[in-house]
Design a protein around this ligand. Structure first.
Ligand SMILES: Cc1cc2nc3c(=O)[nH]c(=O)nc-3n(C[C@H](O)[C@H](O)[C@H](O)COP(=O)(O)OP(=O)(O)OC[C@H]3O[C@@H](n4cnc5c(N)ncnc54)[C@H](O)[C@@H]3O)c2cc1C
Length: 414
């Protein structure tokens, strides 16, 4: 009988894996199951061009539908997997049917973290949104109009991208961030203050160290009309026409956990994307893997990670061993500026900068000893290419020369 690989989750990682397997010459059946109504699509434009109305729906799709047919990939959309039976190697689908597998790949991604206020759910509110899927954007579009007052809870990259689009579309935007500076977990203070300035200059009302205390609802109790906040101890009420919650992602690990697979901030896999069950792999946002880069374990949420993880899994399924070794990197677009990040700055000892924040081009290099472990680059693409090489090489650098913009970065590795 023909071998069958079943992939759960038709997102970036699942889509890349299905096509990658065929490109590597996989001869068996490939079934790609997704609970959304769309074929695999890119999420980055959701908070950028798609929200702005500049990117068409079909341009989000990773591949045209016809490609899946041509590749002999059985794409089943609107199909939710409810359970995995490891003893019979079968999946229970939402429609009550069962589907057998020889190899199973979990590419279930994650969902937007919900806001709970005083322990209460807020999901029933009609003008409260999150940004994870096409349907999230479609739901908010009618309210995303000039003059509307948008209160954005959470100042992460995705939230800040939405703030930038909102400003450009003429909404009045307030961003509420609980931490004392923006992006505090992922960047140094220099980059935080650059981004804060970028948004303030465009009229965003940015509140740092700010806690949401509660909502005031309309008579029907269906829409938020006001957001009660406390900033540095001072209470205030903000008017709102729409509220967006951007407080992070929860990995979709429930299927794996219920099947007895190890879960620890993601489905636990080895460097070849394998769980402890030899027939089950996990990739992308939902997977927690060893990192040759940090020496510990890591769960990444980025397109480059989804692509690389899909490549590693395709190799594993083809009987090869190609451990994950890529350096983490990520990008964000705000107000036409490209922000690019490479490496992980956690635990850095000092930060060296090039360029000028005022000139809207700026690079920050994070060092542990004399090694560059991460860099944030804004509007200096050549720096980014060189920074990627510096981080990957783990070479020691001359710190004074690193800070001297006249010295070509390429010449720095000692
Ligand atoms: C608004 C936004 C902007 C972003 N911008 C950037 C960016 O600029 N740069 C960058 O690098 N990354 C960005 N990302 C992150 C990037 O899109 C993700 O890291 C990437 O999509 C992860 O791919 P994935 O396949 O692991 O998960 P996903 O793309 O989330 O796909 C998982 C799929 O599995 C489905 N699924 C889950 N459970 C089941 C089930 N039981 N049965 C069937 N289907 C199921 C989900 O509905 C989903 O369709 C952004 C993300 C968002 C939301």
């Amino acid at each position: 009988m023909e071998e069958r690989v079943v992939i759960v989750g038709a997102g970036q990682a699942g889509g890349e894996l299905s096509a990658g397997l065929r490109k590597q010459g996989y001869q068996g059946r490939i079934v790609l199951l997704g609970d959304e109504p769309h074929p695999p699509y890119q999420r980055p434009p959701l908070s950028k061009g798609f929200l702005r109305g500049k990117v068409a729906l079909t341009d989000l799709y990773l591949k045209p539908l016809a490609t899946y047919e041509r590749f002999g990939i059985e794409l089943r959309l609107g199909t939710r997997v409810e359970a995995i039976d490891r003893s019979t190697r079968e999946l229970a689908l939402q429609d009550g049917s069962r589907l057998g597998y020889d190899k199973l790949v979990l590419a279930t991604g994650g969902r937007a973290r919900r806001l709970r206020l005083r322990g209460e759910e807020t999901t029933h509110l009609e003008n409260l949104f999150s940004v994870r899927s096409i349907s999230d954007i479609e739901a908010m579009r009618a309210k995303f109009v000039a003059g509307s007052r948008l209160v954005l809870i959470g100042g992460g990259y995705v939230g800040l991208e939405v703030a930038a689009v909102a400003v450009e579309l003429g909404l009045r935007v307030t961003v509420l961030e609980a931490a004392p500076r923006l992006l505090a977990r992922v960047t140094g203070p220099e980059v935080s203050s650059f981004i804060e300035q970028l948004h303030r200059e465009r009229g965003v009302d940015l509140r740092l160290g700010c806690e949401v205390q509660g909502f005031e609802l309309d008579e029907a109790q269906r829409n938020v009309r006001g957001v009660r906040i406390a900033c540095h101890g001072a209470a205030e009420r903000l008017d709102a026409d729409l509220v967006l919650v951007g407080i992070g992602l929860v990995p979709n690990t429930e299927l794996a956990a219920a099947a007895g697979l190890a879960v620890d901030d993601g489905i636990v896999v080895d460097e070849c994307a394998c769980t402890a069950d030899p027939n089950i792999l996990a990739i992308g946002d939902c997977a927690n893997q060893p990192s040759t880069f940090t020496g510990g374990r890591i769960r990444l949420e980025s397109v480059p990670n989804a692509i690389e993880h899909a490549r590693v899994a395709a190799a594993t399924l083809m009987g090869k061993r190609e451990p994950y070794a890529a350096i983490p990197w990520f990008w964000s677009d705000q107000y036409g500026l490209k922000l690019q990040m490479v490496g992980l700055s956690a635990g850095y000892e000092r930060c060296v900068t090039r360029g000028s924040a005022g000139g809207k081009e700026f690079s920050a290099f994070y060092l542990a000893g004399r090694r560059v472990i991460a860099a944030d680059v804004i509007g200096r693409p050549a720096d980014f290419m060189a920074a990627k090489r510096l981080v990957a090489s783990r070479a020691e650098v001359d710190v004074a020369r690193l800070g001297d913009a006249a010295v070509p970065l390429q010449s720095l590795a000692a």
